[in-house]
Write a protein that binds this ligand. Structure first.
Ligand SMILES: [Zn+2]
Length: 120
C-alpha cells in the first residue's frame, strides 16, 4: 500500500511509514455477508433447492409454480433455478422421445424380420 503522507510504497502490515514516520490508519475493511444482499439476490439454502425440486415434481401444480418462478423477479437465484429446471425438463423430454423412436424402430424392424422369416 501507499503512505497517505508521502506517497511512498510501504509494507501492508506497517502501522508507521518507514519513510516519513506518519502513522498509518488501517484501511476500514467492510466484510460483506450474504445477509446484506437485497432480497432479489438472496442466496437459497440447499434445503430450499430440495423443497423446490419436490414442489416442481408435483404434476400440474408444480408446473404452475415452475412457470411462475421462471418469470417472477422476486429472487434471481430462484428464477435461475426454475429456468434451469425447464432446461432439464426439455432435455429429458427430448431424451425420452429419442428413446421411444429407437424402441419403435427396433420393434418395427423385429416385426419386419419375423414377417420375412415366416415368408421364407
Ligand atoms: Zn510516508
Amino acid at each position: 500500500m501507499f503512505c497517505n503522507q508521502c506517497g511512498k510504497t510501504i509494507p501492508d502490515a506497517s502501522t508507521v511509514c518507514p519513510a516519513c514516520g506518519a502513522p498509518i490508519r488501517p484501511a476500514v475493511q467492510q466484510t460483506f455477508t450474504k445477509e446484506m444482499l437485497p432480497k432479489e439476490f438472496k442466496v437459497l439454502s440447499p434445503w430450499a433447492y430440495f423443497g423446490l425440486q419436490l414442489l416442481f415434481s408435483i404434476p400440474l401444480v408444480g408446473l404452475g409454480f415452475l412457470i411462475y418462478f421462471s418469470i417472477s423477479k422476486n429472487n434471481y437465484n430462484l428464477r435461475a433455478f426454475a429456468r434451469s429446471y425447464w432446461c432439464s425438463l426439455v432435455l429429458g423430454l427430448i431424451f425420452a422421445v429419442v428413446l421411444i423412436i429407437i424402441a419403435a424402430s427396433l420393434g418395427g424392424l423385429a416385426s419386419v424380420a419375423s414377417e420375412l422369416s415366416r415368408l421364407i
